[in-house]
Structure formats: structure tokens, C-alpha cells
Design a protein around this ligand. Structure first.
Ligand SMILES: CC(C)(COP(=O)(O)OP(=O)(O)OC[C@H]1O[C@@H](n2cnc3c(N)ncnc32)[C@H](O)[C@@H]1OP(=O)(O)O)[C@@H](O)C(=O)NCCC(=O)NCCS
Length: 169
């Protein structure tokens, strides 16, 4: 699966090198510890286990607008969500939900049967989103984030259930 028009005006496709300036801006507007631009370039061009996706809004006039990104790592039969962000002006429109569902379904078709991720303890928006999918807290990584020594919650979703994931597309 390389490109999907999910429905309406949101299109999900693989990230390309030309997207990197917008990807970097979006990341910077979303995280207190954004990835350096070279990290995204590495994920996109060098990391063989990485899959990078973007969501863009299409309108009849004008260029597509990149509004969300996700990077996952395919490790054995697990898909690890490395980063996920939606542009601040476009949140609460189910864009993250649709992008995550698309990404997990793609991973499922490639043989993944579980998923895990780390999230800041204080990030209630993301935790609520992940819980909707069925992710559960399985461990705490103390002082995981370097900017404020915040704990990370390790969350796990197993097994991946295709019919359940399709509900979020
Ligand atoms: C977390 C994030 C990706 C959610 O993106 P989004 O497109 O706004 O999320 P969605 O609209 O798909 O939300 C789906 C559901 O998740 C939950 N949710 C999302 N944002 C929420 C919020 N701010 N507060 C409470 N629940 C929230 C809700 O259950 C929501 O459904 P609802 O709108 O019907 O209540 C976005 O807030 C973001 O980019 N945050 C900064 C980066 C970040 O924290 N990424 C996650 C790193 S682990």
C-alpha cells in the first residue's frame, strides 16, 4: 500500500524528500523536543525499518496542504510508533486517528501483529487517542524525556485487529 485517498479531502501518502521542510516545521510546532531535520532525512532515506507517511488536505484550488506526519519502525512483527503529529490548526478533526489507522493497517498487511509506543505522561490528548485504538499502558520509563525529565508511558496494542482498525479510517 503506497498511497490512499482515505475519503473526502484527506490524502495519506508516503513522505518524500521534498516534504522535509514542511515536515520539520510541523514537528517544531508540535514538540518541545523536535527532531533535527537530519533525523527525518535519515528515517526517510537511510533507515530500512522506517516507514514515513504524511496526510495532506486537498482542495480544488491551491496546492495540497501537509497537515500531519507519522514515522513508524517495523521491527520483526511489531510496529513502533516513533512520532505522530498534526498541525495545531487542524487538530480534533480525526486526522491523527485516520493517519494512525492507515499506518497500522499498512503494517498489518506487511506482517505486523502488535504495536507499541512511548508517550509523555502529561500528554493526555495522545494517550486518549491511543486508548481509543486499544493501546494499554504496560510500563513506565522514568525520566525518559531530556528537556524536563518527564516519564514516558510505554503503551502496547496486541494483537492488531484489522476490523477494529478499519473503524478509524
Ligand atoms: C495527539 C495529536 C496527534 C492528536 O491529533 P488530532 O488530529 O487532533 O486527533 P484526532 O482528531 O484524530 O482525535 C481522535 C480522538 O483522540 C482523542 N483526542 C485527541 N486530541 C485530544 C485532546 N486534545 N484532548 C482529549 N482527547 C483528545 C479524542 O478521543 C479524539 O476524538 P474526539 O475528537 O471525537 O473526542 C495532536 O494533538 C498533536 O499533534 N499533538 C502534538 C504532538 C503529539 O503529542 N504527538 C503524539 C506523540 S506520542
Amino acid at each position: 500500500m503506497s498511497e490512499t485517498e482515505v475519503s473526502g479531502t484527506l490524502r495519506i501518502r508516503r513522505m518524500q524528500s521534498e516534504d522535509l521542510p514542511q515536515v520539520f516545521e510541523l514537528d517544531r510546532s508540535s514538540f518541545s523536543l523536535p527532531w533535527p531535520e537530519r533525523s527525518f532525512r535519515f528515517e526517510l532515506e537511510n533507515n530500512e525499518v522506517s516507514r514515513c507517511w504524511v496526510a495532506e488536505l486537498l482542495s480544488e484550488s491551491g496546492a495540497p496542504l501537509l497537515v500531519a506526519i507519522i514515522v513508524v519502525w517495523m521491527i520483526a512483527d511489531e510496529v513502533h510508533v516513533a512520532t505522530l503529529a498534526v498541525s495545531p490548526a487542524y487538530r480534533r478533526q480525526k486526522i491523527a486517528q485516520r493517519l494512525l489507522a492507515h499506518t497500522l493497517i499498512d503494517a498489518y498487511h506487511s506482517g505486523a501483529n502488535s504495536s507499541f509506543l512511548e508517550v509523555r505522561r502529561s500528554n493526555q490528548a495522545a494517550i486518549t487517542l491511543y486508548q481509543r485504538f486499544g493501546y494499554r499502558e504496560v510500563a513506565v520509563r522514568r525520566n525518559y524525556y531530556k528537556d524536563n525529565q518527564e516519564d514516558a508511558i510505554l503503551m502496547d496494542l496486541a494483537p492488531l485487529n484489522l476490523e477494529n482498525l478499519k473503524r478509524f479510517q
